[in-house]
Design a protein around this ligand. Structure first.
Ligand code: UT7
Length: 333
């Protein structure tokens, strides 16, 4: 007779217990970018809203930045590295094909053999990570999950590409997901449109770079195509996440979209009819587009500056290369 498998038992609900951030020391204003791309501070601000970005330097690797952000998040959560039993790290700029950055981070921080893996979902990676962490806590495969979004996009950006040189920045954000008595992370609405994979992509594969002796590969983007997709397709996804959570836009305290372009953020606010009292994240002005790090960086900032209340409701959405997206309503830690 076949035996029966014991069910895994998890927590009733999950929540974010703490968030943290790391912004590199070096602030790079538009004036440092414009000459190489025949642009201007005015054009960049008008078209994207970006004034500055952070570029990581020596001693600010993917692991270094992740460690700082995770320590910050653990402090808010009132936990120690040893309490973390899972690390889910979202990035597209970890410079090793293997191993993943997550186990390297876990080792650096002295964690006790946590499950640790990376996810590659570009600018949607952090919101994917929150969804996975929530499922892990509720499914019983982890108790306290560190979710990190981290990028060193300056390593993969061409300084002379007019379409991307001013867009990307570096940084890390982290969240600790743990058990909760009441729902703190709403259902995730997520998906992908892989037929558009080529509108944001590494320009050449590693194999082409090696075999054809090409230059170091950078990330290319068909800006207008991504812009249109983001404006028209992502507001409905955000609305679905609100509906799935049973929350109306008026009940929100904060709206934290991926920081891709201030014009995209404004267009989404208009479509969703985001009321005046909702704090809208506009960290892009100072931090530019930090891909997987943008949502947690913006979250940490809204809380630190007191623009959104602790315990308040936030709608967050990530979208980008893939094209991949993920959105959910969360209770702010
Ligand atoms: O994180 C993943 C998701 N990413 C995004 O969501 C990014 C989406 N895309 C965008 O945010 C925008 O497409 C950009 C900010 C990248 C570009 O803004 P745009 O309004 O779409 O510019 P454009 O490419 O349509 O170019 C408009 C004009 C063109 O000149 P003409 O043809 O109108 O004379 C370009 O040649 O601006 C010119 N241009 C520039 N001028 C100064 C293009 N790039 C530059 C530049 N500086 N860097």
């Amino acid at each position: 007779m076949a035996g029966t498998i014991s069910p895994s038992t998890g927590a009733a609900h999950a929540r974010i217990a703490g968030v943290g951030a790391y912004r590199p020391r070096r602030v790079v204003p538009n004036s440092e970018i414009v000459d190489a791309i025949d642009s201007s501070d005015e054009w960049i601000q008008e078209r994207s809203g970006i004034k500055t970005r952070y570029f990581a330097g020596e001693g600010e690797s993917i692991i270094d930045m992740s460690e700082a952000a995770t320590r910050d998040a653990l402090e808010m959560a009132g936990m120690e590295p040893g309490d973390v039993d899972a690390v889910v790290l979202a990035t597209v700029s970890h410079p090793y094909q293997t191993p993943a950055a997550a186990p390297m981070l876990a080792d650096r921080m002295g964690m006790d053999k946590p499950v640790a893996f990376d996810i590659s979902a570009a600018c949607a990676g952090y919101c994917h990570g929150i969804s996975i962490a929530s499922d892990m806590v509720r499914g019983g495969s982890a108790r306290n999950v560190a979710v990190i979004g981290v990028e060193r996009l300056s390593d993969f950006t061409s300084r002379t590409d007019r379409g991307t040189a001013f867009i990307f920045g570096d940084g890390a954000g982290a969240a600790i997901v743990t058990a909760s008595d009441s729902p703190g992370i709403g259902p995730t609405v997520w998906g992908s449109e892989g037929d558009k994979w080529d509108v944001i992509a590494q320009n050449e594969s590693w194999i082409d770079v090696h075999e054809q002796k090409l230059d170091w590969p950078t990330i290319g983007m068909q800006g207008q195509s991504v812009f249109r997709w983001a404006v028209w397709s992502m507001a409905p996804v955000a609305q679905q996440a609100l509906d799935a959570a049973g929350v109306t836009v008026d009940e929100l305290d904060a709206f934290i979209p991926h920081q891709a372009n201030v014009r995209i953020i404004d267009a989404m606010c208009k479509q969703l009819k985001v009321p005046e009292h909702v704090a809208v994240a506009r960290d892009i002005v100072d931090s530019a587009n930090t891909s997987a790090a943008s949502v947690p960086l913006a979250t940490e900032r809204l809380l630190r500056e007191g623009l959104a209340p602790r315990g308040g409701l936030a709608l967050q959405i990530g979208f980008g290369a893939g094209l991949s997206y993920a959105a959910q309503v969360v209770t702010l830690p």
